[in-house]
Design a binder for this molecule. Structure first.
Ligand code: AIR
Length: 404
């Protein structure tokens, strides 16, 4: 796997169960996957020799991020390496303009233009009105590379173009919410879709995923899954495809494609505990051309919440935060990525399962905020008598006592 971030780290966990072993190309020995994989290559994804070394003896090469030059991947492919997704497919996740053009005609997309100068942005705004979303066509993620413009900003456009950032501009779509659909497709052409989820965004970044998307009309859900399967097939995707969608009016006709990713994706972290097959296992099954796994949910409601680096340094060490979290919520599952805590950086996630959306969501959000900040947002304290009594379900208390 090219890249040693959290996606590689969680893919490695899945690889172990398949009797496989993930070799990662990491930028530094402290990267989340480099900390846990036995077979770590340190190097740069734009170094052909590093990619060749990575691929030597491997069944397949796949990715934890999109920042890999397509021409190098084409060279590897020509040398007989199984690259999944193939570079011609991956290009659509690397370049938003190429993606928009490829989807024209069969998927709803925002109105967009390629930006060669500030007049292109103003021209789009003349048709769609302000605000307009200016995007780096390549290289942005998690809110980086996206600027919301309320009016003309020729200075910013000129500065970005001068620094070599390829730009596009899009209509700011009015939406009810954001959805995501993930599908996997194998080189053999087998495909599978997970239930459609709602993604909750803050400051351009995903903070929560609700699975399945609440109150989604079944016909719209089916249309979203069909759309993602169709995109996977038309673009000849191998491995995972995440399709981020805007839900503009609750109907199938109102689904607008925002972005594509061809790798495990934040919108699919819930599948580790919340689906019969996790996105990480499924990605490996797909790139290794194994039959795909079942995608049904394991609970009526699953909520994933990201643990983001706090705005200011947290005094309580992480392991102590984990200890307190487990004492309050024995059933919330955590995934910590081993990353340094910078403000708003994704350093982990939590998953809660259950029957009632409000209850499950409250639990997941409290847990994630606690791990981020060491503050219980609802004021809960383990030292309250009430809290001590309710901390464990009764049967667990009894078991703990009898063990002692
Ligand atoms: N990632 C890749 N594209 C989008 C995301 N979130 C994951 C990958 C990558 C890591 O985020 O796993 O390696 C980089 O995270 P950071 O916090 O170092 O920028």
């Amino acid at each position: 796997m090219v890249g040693g971030g959290q996606l590689a780290r969680m893919s490695h966990q899945a690889a172990i169960a398949l009797g496989q072993s993930l070799r990662v190309l990491a930028a530094s020995p402290g990267d989340p996957a480099a900390l846990v994989c036995a077979d770590v290559h340190l190097g740069n994804p734009d170094d052909l020799d590093a990619l060749r070394d990575l691929a030597r003896g491997a069944e397949a090469v796949t990715f934890d991020h999109e920042g890999v030059p397509g021409e190098l991947l084409r060279t590897l492919q020509a040398e007989g390496v199984a690259v999944h997704p193939r570079p011609d497919a991956l290009l659509h996740a690397q370049d938003k303009l190429v993606m928009r053009r490829a989807l024209e005609g069969f998927a709803g997309t925002p109105e967009y233009v390629e930006v060669a100068d500030a007049a292109d942005v103003d021209g789009l705004a003349a048709r769609t009105g302000w605000p307009v979303v200016l995007k780096a066509a390549r290289g942005g993620y998690d809110g980086r590379g996206v600027w919301l413009l309320d009016g003309p900003d020729p200075g910013l456009v000129a500065q970005l173009l001068a620094s070599g950032t390829p730009l596009m501009a899009e209509q700011a779509v009015t939406m009810r919410r954001e959805l995501a659909v993930q599908v996997a497709r194998s080189p053999d052409g087998q495909a599978a879709a997970w239930p459609v989820v709602e993604t909750v965004q803050r400051d351009g970044q995903c903070v929560e995923v609700l699975a399945p998307a609440p109150d989604l009309d079944p016909a719209t859900a089916a249309a979203a899954q069909e759309l993602a399967l169709r995109i996977a097939s038309v673009l000849d995707v191998t491995g995972l495809l995440a399709v981020e969608l805007f839900d503009t009016d609750g109907t199938a006709g109102g689904l607008v494609v925002n972005e594509l990713a061809m790798r495990p994706h934040n919108s699919g972290h819930w599948t580790i505990e919340g689906a019969r097959t996790s996105q990480f296992e499924q990605h490996l099954r797909a790139v290794l051309d194994y039959p795909l796994g079942a995608t049904e949910s394991t609970a009526p409601v699953v909520v994933m919440a990201n643990v983001l680096g706090a705005a200011s340094p947290v005094v309580m060490p992480v392991d102590e935060r984990v200890h307190h979290l487990f004492a309050r919520f024995p059933d919330v599952k955590i995934h910590l990525y081993g990353k340094a805590e910078r403000p708003a950086r994704k350093v982990g996630h939590v998953t809660a399962l259950g029957d009632d959306l409000d209850e499950v969501r409250a639990r997941a959000v409290l847990a994630a905020e606690w791990l981020s900040t060491a503050v219980w947002a609802d004021g809960w304290s383990p030292y309250d008598a009430d809290a001590r009594a309710t901390r464990f379900p009764r049967t667990m208390q009894r078991r703990a006592v009898s063990r002692a």
